[in-house]
Design a protein around this ligand. Structure first.
Ligand code: FES
Length: 174
């Protein structure tokens, strides 16, 4: 069954008719031509499709477009507004990728989890966050690489470029 939805993607509003089974990832990539979020596993396992949906990071392959009518979506491409986002710049400066396929999802996830940590919130990806700040206070990711690894654990990298991602994120957190 087809349904009309309105999605605001990287600051631009789109109205489109989608099958009710269309994932947000497929709506973005195949209907709107936004190939920033990548399709890796298509099962919520790899994080390559991560976008911000109303400010929260989500695996867009697990979200149905019709369930988010009126949603505000930001992809990695949309993070670059007035020049590169600091996390994008840090990934370049630290050579924090190899093939680059997972990089858009990694960057969106890093941006979201930096905000989560700064606000003292537990990770939206993993719920076992032993490094959370005392009494739910902000988490200092600049000095806690294990916490970065924990909070980024929903994003996989087949090339294993993790070693340079952590200092890139620490630089932005610091
Ligand atoms: Fe969505 Fe892998 S493509 S989590």
């Amino acid at each position: 069954m087809d349904t009309e939805v309105t999605l605001r993607v990287d600051g631009v509003e789109h109205q489109l008719t989608v099958d009710t089974r269309t994932t947000l990832l497929d709506a973005l990539r195949e209907r709107l031509g936004n190939t920033s979020p990548k399709k890796g596993c298509d099962h919520g396992q790899c994080g390559a499709c991560t976008v911000l949906l109303d400010g929260q990071r989500v695996n867009s392959c697990l979200a149905l477009a019709v369930a988010h009518d009126g949603g505000e979506i930001v992809t990695a491409a949309g993070l670059a507004t007035d020049g590169l986002h600091p996390v994008q710049r840090a990934f370049i400066d630290h050579d924090a990728f190899q093939c680059g396929y997972c990089t858009p999802g990694q960057i969106v996830s890093a941006v979201a989890m930096l905000a989560e940590a700064a606000a003292g919130r537990p990770s939206t990806v993993t719920f076992d966050t032993p490094g959370d700040g005392p009494n739910g206070g902000p988490v200092d990711l600049a000095v806690d690489p294990d916490e970065i690894r924990e909070r980024m654990s929903g994003n996989l990298c087949r090339c294993a470029a993790y070693a340079n991602m952590v200092p890139a994120i620490q630089e932005v957190a610091g």
